[in-house]
Design a protein around this ligand. Structure first.
Ligand code: SF4
Length: 213
């Protein structure tokens, strides 16, 4: 049984899948409390569903791309791993979005991982589980949400220390309302980083506080 906050159909707002129709399964609970969190409503509320019930709900949308998100989906580790395996077995293309503080080592190899490393201004930097870097595959995506020059300098150091640009795809976003996108783009170009800049597309399509999109 998994506690599920919501299941909905929308377009991917981030990652290299941005713009594609996708079914989102938002699991309840998060072990972090980022300063900029926009999904606090997923910390506690949810309904208990079995894996077959979740898969049945997903099938209604007739869409092969599914993202498991949260909160932090890996708080419900065992059941979440089971759900992803079941979806892969049924030929869904499965993405998981995780905050990077819980182990990704047991995630099915068919799943595309989109993982954060939390920057200092999130307040959660000390929770980063750096050994997760060893389990990222070349097509997985590692995301940094940057809210200040201090965050950028920290990210630059981490990129170089772990040679991340040669390990997997790297995504840079701004903390919405905290750092101007043009500023971050200028820093990326000045340093000639091999990273992908992204905006959270759903915050421009809908009002930035709209849920379930
Ligand atoms: S990991 Fe995500 S859901 Fe959890 S507090 Fe941070 S931003 Fe919010």
């Amino acid at each position: 049984m998994l506690k599920v906050n919501e299941i909905y159909f929308s377009v991917q707002g981030e990652s290299t899948y941005a713009g594609l129709p996708c079914v989102f399964v938002r699991l309840t609970f998060c072990n972090l409390r980022c300063t900029y969190c926009d999904t606090e409503y997923a910390f506690y509320d949810g309904k208990d569903l079995t894996i077959p019930e979740i898969v049945e709900e997903i099938r209604k949308y007739d869409c092969k791309l599914v993202e498991i998100t949260g909160g932090e989906p890996l708080v419900q580790m065992e059941e979440c791993l089971g759900l992803m395996k079941q979806l892969c077995d049924e030929d869904f293309e499965v993405l998981i979005e995780t905050g990077g503080s819980l182990s990704i080592k047991d995630i099915d190899q068919r799943v595309k991982i989109i993982m954060d490393l939390k920057c200092p201004s999130s307040g959660m930097e000390k929770k980063n589980l750096y050994e997760n870097i060893n389990f990222l595959k070349p097509l997985d995506e590692l995301k940094f949400v940057i809210g200040s020059r201090e965050d950028y300098d920290w990210t630059f150091d981490v990129l170089k220390r772990y040679d991340l640009e040669n390990k997997c795809k790297i995504l840079f976003s701004v903390v919405f309302g905290k750092l101007e996108p043009v500023q971050l783009v200028n820093w990326i170009l000045e340093d000639k980083l091999n990273v992908r800049f992204q905006l959270q597309m759903h915050k421009f399509i809908w009002h930035h506080e709209t849920k379930g999109v």
